[in-house]
Write a protein that binds this ligand. Structure first.
Ligand code: NIG
Ligand code: FE
Length: 397
C-alpha cells in the first residue's frame, strides 16, 4: 500500500526549487506531502487538502503537524573522511598554542587506521553516521586515504560503501612513510593496483594537491588514471597556500574543488567560467587558525558554493553542518539563506545529485524539522541543537 505523510504547520519551508528572485524557493505557512519516500507536493497549507486528494487518493495518509517550525532539506555533506583509527587531539592542542598544521600528521592517522580491526572501524563509522543524522545530515560522501596500502584502501572503501553510495578514493592523500624516497613507486601503485582494488566500491577519485602532499604534475597523472577508470574527479586544493589546485580542477572537469582558502583572481575567474563547485570547509579554518575562505567573493563572481564539514581527525574533527552554516555567515560573508542553500543544494551539486538537496516534487524525502520558526536561527543561535526531527526517504531516523 502507498504510504503518505502530510507535514503541516510548517512556518517556513525551504524547497530550493528556484522561484523568480528566490533561489531558495521558500514558502511560508506551508505543507509538504511525502508519498513512498519521495516529495509529491510542496505548497501553501491552504492547498494541502486538494493536493492530497489529487496525489494520494488511495493512500493511507498520516498527518503530522510540526507546530509552526521551519523545514529545510537534509544537509548534503559532500566532503568527509570518516573511516579512521585514533584521533589527534594533541596536535589540535599544540596548534592552539601556535604550532602550524602540516600534512605530515596524516601519517599518524594512517598508522592508527592500519592497526584497527575491521569491526572497530565499522563500529566507529556507524557512530559517525548516527552523529551525522542527529545533526540533520542525510547525504554524505566518505573518502578513503588513511591506510594507503592496496588491501587497506580497498577495506576502507568497502566499509564506506556500507553506509553511503558516495565513496571517494583518496590513495593520494600523502605518500606513506614506507615510500619516502620513492614517490614514483607509490604513484604507480595508486594509479595501478590500488585504483583497481578500490574502484568496485568507489564513485569518485580525489587528490590532496598541496605543498607536502602531491604536486600539480602528480595530481594531473592521478586524476587522469582515475577518470580513465570511470571515477570522475574531485580535488583538495588551495587549502594551505596559493597553488595550482583550482586550475587543475577546472582543467580536469572536476565536480568540485574543496577548501579554496587561498584563491587568486585568476582562480576565481576560472571557477566562475566552469561547472566546478567550490566546496568550502570552514571547520578546517576553525581548527587550524588559517583565514576563512571568502565565500562572498566567490558568490559575487557567480561560482556555485557548497559547504561541507571535512570531518577528519587532523583538520576538522566536527560533523556539524549547523556549525558550518554559522561560521559561513559570521566569518565568510554569506547570508543565512545562502549558507543553508550551500549546505543543501550546493552539496548536492558538488556530488552531481539531483535527487537530494531540495524538496521539490520528485526529490527524495530527506528533510529536517528545526526547533525554530526560520532557518536564520541556524546562524543566529550558534551551538544550540536546533535539529528536532530528521527524515531520510520519508522515514524518521
Ligand atoms: O581535508 N587536506 C587533506 N586532508 C584533510 C586533512 C587530513 C588530516 O590532517 O588528517 C583535509 O583537511
Ligand atoms: Fe579533506
Amino acid at each position: 500500500m502507498t504510504a503518505a505523510l502530510l507535514l503541516t504547520g510548517i512556518a517556513e519551508l525551504t524547497t530550493n526549487t528556484p522561484a523568480p528572485g528566490d533561489p531558495t524557493g521558500t514558502i511560508t505557512d506551508a505543507a509538504l506531502l511525502l508519498v513512498d519516500g519521495v516529495v509529491a507536493w510542496a505548497g501553501p497549507e491552504g492547498d494541502a487538502d486538494a493536493a492530497v486528494a489529487a496525489r494520494a487518493a488511495f493512500a493511507d495518509t498520516t498527518v503530522h503537524d510540526v507546530g509552526g517550525r521551519a523545514v529545510i532539506p537534509g544537509f548534503v555533506d559532500a566532503h568527509t573522511h570518516l573511516v579512521f583509527g585514533g584521533d589527534r587531539a594533541d596536535e589540535f592542542e599544540a596548534r592552539m598554542s601556535g604550532t602550524p598544521y602540516t600534512a605530515g600528521g596524516i601519517r599518524r592517522t594512517v598508522a592508527a587506521t592500519r592497526a584497527a580491526t575491521e569491526d572497530e572501524l565499522r563500529a566507529r563509522l556507524a557512530g559517525f553516521v548516527a552523529e551525522l543524522h542527529r545533526q540533520g545530515t542525510t547525504t554524505f560522501e566518505v573518502k578513503t586515504g588513511y591506510d594507503l596500502t592496496v588491501d587497506g584502501e580497498a577495506r576502507l572503501a568497502r566499509l564506506a560503501a556500507e553506509v553511503t553510495g558516495e565513496v571517494t578514493f583518496l590513495g593520494a592523500h600523502v605518500v606513506p612513510a614506507e615510500f619516502t624516497g620513492d614517490r614514483e613507486a607509490y604513484l604507480d601503485l595508486v594509479c595501478g593496483p590500488m585504483l583497481d582494488a578500490v574502484r568496485p566500491h568507489a564513485r569518485w577519485i580525489d587528490v590532496f594537491c598541496e605543498e607536502g602532499a602531491f604536486t600539480p604534475e602528480e595530481t594531473r597523472r592521478i586524476l587522469r588514471a582515475g577518470t580513465a577508470a570511470g571515477l570522475p574527479a574531485r580535488l583538495h586544493g588551495n587549502q594551505l597556500g596559493y597553488g595550482a589546485g583550482v586550475r587543475l580542477a577546472v582543467e580536469a572537469g572536476a565536480a568540485s574543488v574543496d577548501h579554496c582558502t587561498y584563491l587568486s583572481d585568476d582562480d576565481v575567474a576560472a571557477l566562475a567560467g566552469s561547472e566546478v563547485v567550490a566546496t568550502l570547509l570552514p571547520g578546517v579554518e576553525f581548527s587550524t587558525r588559517h583565514p576563512y575562505p571568502d565565500a562572498r567573493r566567490l558568490l559575487d563572481a557567480g561560482v556555485t558554493v557548497a559547504l561541507a564539514s571535512d570531518c577528519n581527525p587532523g583538520t576538522s574533527f566536527t560533523s556539524s553542518m549547523p556549525l558550518m552554516i554559522a561560521l559561513a555567515v559570521r566569518e565568510m560573508g554569506m547570508t543565512p539563506a545562502e549558507a543553508v542553500h550551500a549546505a543543501t543544494a550546493g552539496g548536492a551539486r558538488a556530488l552531481r545529485r539531483s535527487d537530494v538537496g531540495h524538496l521539490g516534487a520528485g526529490a527524495r524525502a530527506d528533510l529536517v524539522v528545526l526547533d525554530a520558526p526560520t532557518r536564520v536561527h541556524l546562524a543566529y543561535r550558534p551551538g544550540v541543537p536546533l535539529v528536532r526531527e530528521v527524515y531520510v526517504a520519508g522515514a524518521p531516523v
